[in-house]
Design a binder for this molecule. Structure first.
Ligand code: CA
Length: 229
């Protein structure tokens, strides 16, 4: 595989832990210790994925994300401290794809990298296939139909839209605010009740046990995620 992964982190211990874990899996590592350097290397080096610590000394992480997003759609995984929930959500809404909470294990790191890679492949593949599937759940984006275990599921137009958004972002966490904006438009970002009841209805159709979802899981305090496996 041997893709370049850029890690922006000012804590040398965490930086070398990430480097070690990535190299062990055969990736090439590019490192940056501040926001300015991260933006420059994202632009100049052939980087596939970026891991971005939100606590960099020179710049707000959201600023780094917005600047990189002007030129690149590369997956950005943000790293933040456990008590900085709002910072993490703001970073996702600014265009980051996923997050890791400190402290994290090499296993968690690699799981996030695999989701990012699947997303990179999907961006290319979805254009020609017009469909996508996760285990027994399948969506046909051309015919706008949903299947569960090969049987067509009857979903409402809103439920379809919700599922389509998840299928465009398999494995990725989607913030409550971003989902509401996709479904109802900007300005409705704080109206979470409608989303909660829409989600409950959809879960009754796709989940064996809606109280213990296996497809769309809740990321407490952040949003939801369509699980890859
Ligand atoms: Ca830091």
């Amino acid at each position: 595989m041997n893709q370049n992964i850029l890690t922006a982190e000012d804590d040398l211990q965490i930086q070398s832990f990430i480097d070690y874990a990535l190299k062990h899996e055969g990736y090439s590592c590019i490192t940056a210790s501040n926001g300015e350097e991260a933006i420059r290397k994202a632009r100049e080096e052939n980087t596939a994925i970026m891991i971005l610590d939100l606590g960099l000394p020179d710049m707000d992480g959201k600023e780094v994300i917005r600047t990189v997003r002007l030129e690149s759609q590369m997956p950005i995984i943000v790293v933040s401290a456990r008590d900085r929930e709002s910072e993490k959500i703001a970073a996702l809404d600014a265009g980051a794809d996923d997050y890791l909470t400190k402290p994290f294990s090499a296993t968690e790191l690699m799981a996030r990298i695999r989701v990012a890679e699947r997303h990179l492949k999907n961006q290319i593949r979805q254009e020609d296939s017009g469909g996508s599937e996760v285990r027994e759940l399948r969506i046909d984006l051309n015919k706008r139909l949903v299947y569960l275990a090969e049987k067509e599921l009857h979903v409402t137009p809103m439920e379809y839209q919700l599922l389509e958004y998840f299928f465009q972002n398999i494995g990725k966490v989607l913030t409550t605010k971003s989902i509401i904006e996709v479904l109802w438009g900007k300005g409705y970002g704080s109206d979470t009740q409608a989303l909660r009841s829409l989600m409950a209805g959809l879960r009754r159709k796709i989940e064996k046990n809606p109280a213990k979802p296996e497809y769309i899981i809740t990321e407490i305090g952040v949003g939801y995620r369509l699980l890859d496996q």
